[in-house]
Design a protein around this ligand. Structure first.
Ligand code: 5GP
Ligand code: ZN
Length: 149
């Protein structure tokens, strides 16, 4: 079998390996338009970038390459990649900044849960002792007044 171009060869290879479905992009989406310069690391499924409006220093996002809105629509491979990568990212952030003492991790799913960019992204938010007067409850604080029990 011969291939007319590298592109044709890669398309066939991607279909065979199941990667073809990961090609979906939306031209109006900020995460589909990220420039190479902004991407700190990438894999066939994910990109890692710094959040441009960070909640804390080095707030990092793991973003699926595929344009899909909800974490519920992620494939098992994407979810696995996000969790495994988050472990590596946390380790390297701790190495970079010795003041980091913890993290808040997570997805916002849907507008009512606060999601503003409808392209799956996983927040890695470094925390430092004393950055909040009462951090108890962490992500439970998404509903004001409910975090502490
Ligand atoms: P969400 O509220 O959807 O869970 O979070 C969206 C996140 O994306 C926010 O933390 C926001 O600061 C970040 N963000 C929005 N636009 C851009 C962008 O163009 N580039 C990067 N790196 N982050 C963005
Ligand atoms: Zn997108």
């Amino acid at each position: 079998m011969t291939f007319k171009s590298l592109k044709q060869f890669l398309n066939i290879k991607m279909r065979m390996t199941g990667l073809y479905q990961y090609g979906s992009r939306d031209h109006d989406c900020p995460f589909c338009k990220l420039t190479k310069k902004r991407i700190l690391w990438k894999s066939p499924l994910l990109m890692e970038v710094k959040d441009i409006y960070p909640v804390s220093k080095n707030h990092t996002l793991l973003i699926t390459k595929r344009h899909v809105a909800s974490a519920e629509d992620c494939t098992a491979a994407e979810l696995r990649a996000i969790i495994l990568r988050s472990k590596i990212t946390m380790k390297s952030l701790r190495k970079l900044d010795k003041k980091i003492t913890g993290f808040n991790l997570g997805f916002n799913v849907g507008e009512s849960a606060g999601q503003t960019v409808p392209h799956v992204h996983f927040h890695i938010i470094p925390r430092r002792a004393g950055d909040h007067s009462n951090p108890r409850g962490g992500i439970r604080a998404v509903i004001p007044g409910k975090a502490v029990y």
